[in-house]
Design a protein around this ligand. Sequence first.
Ligand SMILES: [Zn+2]
Length: 512
Amino acid sequence: MKQIRCKTFADSAASRTTTGAEDGLVNRNRKKRALAHLAGYFFATALPLAAQGIPQSSPPAPTATSLWDTAALAREANVWLAQLIQINTTNPPGNEQAAAKYVAGILEKEGITPEILEVAPGRNAVVARLRNAAISDPARALLLVAHLDVVGAERARWSVDPFGAVIKDGYIYGRGALDDKSMLAANLATIITLKRANARLNRDVIFLATADEEGGGDASIKTLIARNWDKFAAGYALNEGGEVIMNAGKVRYVAVQASEKVSVNVAVVAKGTAGHASLPTKDNPVAHLSAAVSKISSYSAPVHFTAIVRRYFEGLAAISDDEIAKWMRSLETSDRGEHAQRVISEANPEWGSMIRDSIAPTMLNAGVRPNVIPGEARAILNIRLLPGDPIDVLLGELRKLVNDPQVRLDVQPDGGLAAPPSSLESDFYAAISKVAAEEFPGAPVLPYQSPWATDSAQLRLHNVQAYGLWPFPITGEDLKRLHGDDERISIASFNKGVDVLVHIVSEFAVAK
Ligand SMILES: [Zn+2]
């Protein structure tokens, strides 16, 4: 393992040489010292926001919100984020219980009563509510959602301990620094601010920390909704999924997720005669599978524009350079449309995925020994459907293309469900857009249909107007670290995001 010298864990190398019996105490002390250090760091050395290219908030209006010192709050939230990163909730197995207890402890200290819900053994969610009246009106309530689990980290490929919450160059590093512990800490900060300010709410504000988002399995929000919907039923929700995109030190645009593609796995199964490799046969399933996967990979599904994608490209064209803007505006024209779709897809794989069903072969499985022809070979295709596109139509096309009686395409049972998009006319969308425009002047606010899936689809299926917005300004380079190596969040961005989130929620949920 690489030795790391850094601001917070300068003593970590020493602690690694201790015996197992000392480990617990040393780790606790190490964490305590690290966090004391962390708090000092934020107070003493954080660069002013403007100096780091993060625009500062507009001066607060003379409302209840101006009573809230979001800068001080963000410093507290920095510590929560760091401590949450240090609780390893890699999924599988998840082990969200420790993180759930930690979050519940913070809420309790603030006089907000949390409830820890068991979704599966060792896997928990946390729900807490600020009421606006003795009797709740779920249709008006606002739900703040974030997930407790993270994807795994390949330690050897990281330059720092993925669960160390190391601070370097103005960033907090760690698995979950972006996805989704930053959102979790910011949601905590928001509900705590409302509570401390004794804000007069016009609707209930509900905090929800979920388990198994990355797995989407038995401990996920699906199960939680089936069992405990009454505990967090809401008409509106804010979740991960949209972004504040920064480039060359400037926020370029704000993408508010209002819809998402649907993930479906399909197995490609080739069958043939098993036998000795010294006697090759024409029906060798490895060869048939390879040919099928190759044909499927070259397939490009027809382009469909949803209202959200249309508005996204219109808005993006207005701030893009002339050449790309020209193609964005030509996407649906009869003469240049097809060429424009190709140019756009090549310029950015995300744009390509936003306009059509996409297919990515992700797994191959065949053979037991080098000298045995196997009887079966399998591949997995991860397909992302535009919401509303049926899988059967696409599979029909792929079967025609493969045109091989030895090859079968089987839809796997773990697919997502298509949900209707959230409205772009709702009061909450208007509140998000208003605050985002104030906080990031000059950056257009665009509706966004994400190529990836979030918990919001399940909420939309329960008539929730759910939107995705990570409020932290982020560069494309840092976004690539999400689910990758050296995941990190800029402290200035995190602090700005906390401020933005508090303002969005107070705009929508605090009585004027
Ligand atoms: Zn996430």
